[in-house]
Design a protein around this ligand. Structure first.
Ligand code: AFD
Ligand code: MN
Ligand code: MN
Length: 396
């Protein structure tokens, strides 16, 4: 490997952190059921412990995203416990995720609900999340809205736009100067006729309407099959409107598969847009990277370590693209050479340089093997199996 490439890879990894989702360590599943894992996290302490292990093994995950309803059920009263767990397990709270999608009151929507009392309930919850984020000194509040409808004619799409604009403007007004409101979009599921925040354009317009601290959150699983996600990323970068990502992969829909397991080249192209933007503008795009996966079959811990290592590899590959050469080949429309400039970075084996980076940072060269040798899985299985045991057969 040339010295230059190794320097580029190490510099990229020095600046690459990816946040872990607390819910990714707990037993979840699909709407058709879930397969219980005896080692899965049950309490918020379990989640901090697991996230802390992944960070200790990879060096890339200093924060863990929290879901308020699941991780801070008592709201602000749980802040002290979260601060204690952060200290104990060496991983800080990251983005704060409101939950306005699972309570019965939200059957016809949250901030898009035709009942003003339910709109207010949802808004109050999101404002509580803003207060929790302030108390924990967390920057990002990232609501995802399942709001929508299942049949034509059953809701006024346009009225709901107005209610969303009103709510998000109020949330934005409650932010402290350092906070950000990241608005996530998703084309469908659980709504199957229209989803109120269905694509990047709707999220963009809602963010712009809310205020200057609001941005778009791109979940890679939240796009129709043919959509060119890196083009969306380029538009959001161009307008300074990208707040962050939720990374996962999918074959069909919002499948929550392991990042890079189906289409690693797409994630590479997304990271390339971000590296290229920094090269072209000299500005470092302040983008929050986060995993949003909850593995139904793989072991939770191994799947998360695999995800983080893959993210590091793809980010490192995108960092070695020869931007100057690519720009010149694009200018001259030298098609094959331009494409090959991108492809050769994608095909380059960055793993030796990553192993060297880990060695130089006192990290295990092979985080997965280090995890397997650590006995952590055996320990948490013994600790948690009663709490996870259920009447049906359980699967390791
Ligand atoms: C689901 C939603 C969305 C959200 C996540 C955490 O599709 O991605 O960000 O739950 O609330 O995956
Ligand atoms: Mn998401
Ligand atoms: Mn999702």
């Amino acid at each position: 490997m040339t010295e230059k490439l190794e320097v580029l890879i190490h510099r990229a990894l020095d600046n690459f952190n990816i946040e872990l989702p607390s819910w990714g360590f707990a037993n979840t599943g699909t709407r058709f059921g879930k397969f219980i894992q005896l080692a899965a996290a049950v309490t918020v302490e379990d989640k901090f412990s697991d996230a802390g292990q992944v960070h200790a093994l990879t060096g890339a995950c200093p924060t863990v995203a929290l879901h308020v309803q699941w991780d801070l059920p008592n709201g602000l009263k749980d802040v002290a416990q979260v601060e204690r767990l952060a200290e104990k397990y060496g991983v800080q709270p990251g983005s704060i995720n409101p939950n306005v999608f699972q309570d019965q009151e939200y059957k016809y929507g949250s901030v898009g609900n035709p009942d003003p009392a339910i709109r207010k309930r949802a808004l109050d919850h999101i404002l509580d999340c803003v207060a929790i984020a302030q108390a924990l000194e967390c920057r990002d509040v990232s609501p995802w809205f399942a709001d929508g409808s299942n049949y034509p004619g059953t809701q006024s799409i346009r009225n709901r736009i107005g209610w969303f604009e009103e709510a998000l403007k109020t949330v934005h007004a409650g932010l402290s100067p350092k906070q950000r409101l990241l608005i996530e979009y998703k084309p469908f599921e659980p709504a199957f006729y229209h989803t109120d925040v269905a694509d990047w354009g709707m999220a963009f317009l809602l963010a712009r309407n809310a205020g200057p601290q609001a941005y778009v959150l791109v979940d890679t699983g939240h796009h129709y099959q043919a959509q060119n996600i890196e083009q969306i990323v380029a538009w959001l970068l161009h307008h300074g409107m990208i707040g962050g990502f939720h990374f996962n992969d999918r074959r069909y829909a919002d499948d929550d598969l392991t990042l890079g397991s189906i289409d690693p080249y797409q994630i590479f192209r997304i990271f390339h847009e971000i590296h290229n933007y920094a090269w072209e503008t000299g500005a470092f795009a302040d983008v929050a990277y986060m995993v949003d996966q909850s593995h139904n079959l793989k072991g939770k811990m191994e799947a998360m370590i695999q995800t983080v290592c893959t993210a590091q590899e793809l980010y490192a590959k995108a960092a070695i693209v020869d931007h100057a050469r690519l720009a010149s080949l694009q200018q001259s429309c030298s098609l094959v050479e331009a494409e090959e400039t991108l492809r050769c970075a994608f095909w380059y084996d960055v793993r030796p340089a990553i192993r060297e980076w880990r060695r130089s940072h006192g990290l295990p060269e092979d985080p997965m093997q280090a995890f397997r040798d650590s006995g952590y899985l055996e320990r948490i299985t013994a600790e948690r199996k009663e709490r996870n045991a259920v009447s049906v057969t359980t699967y390791a």
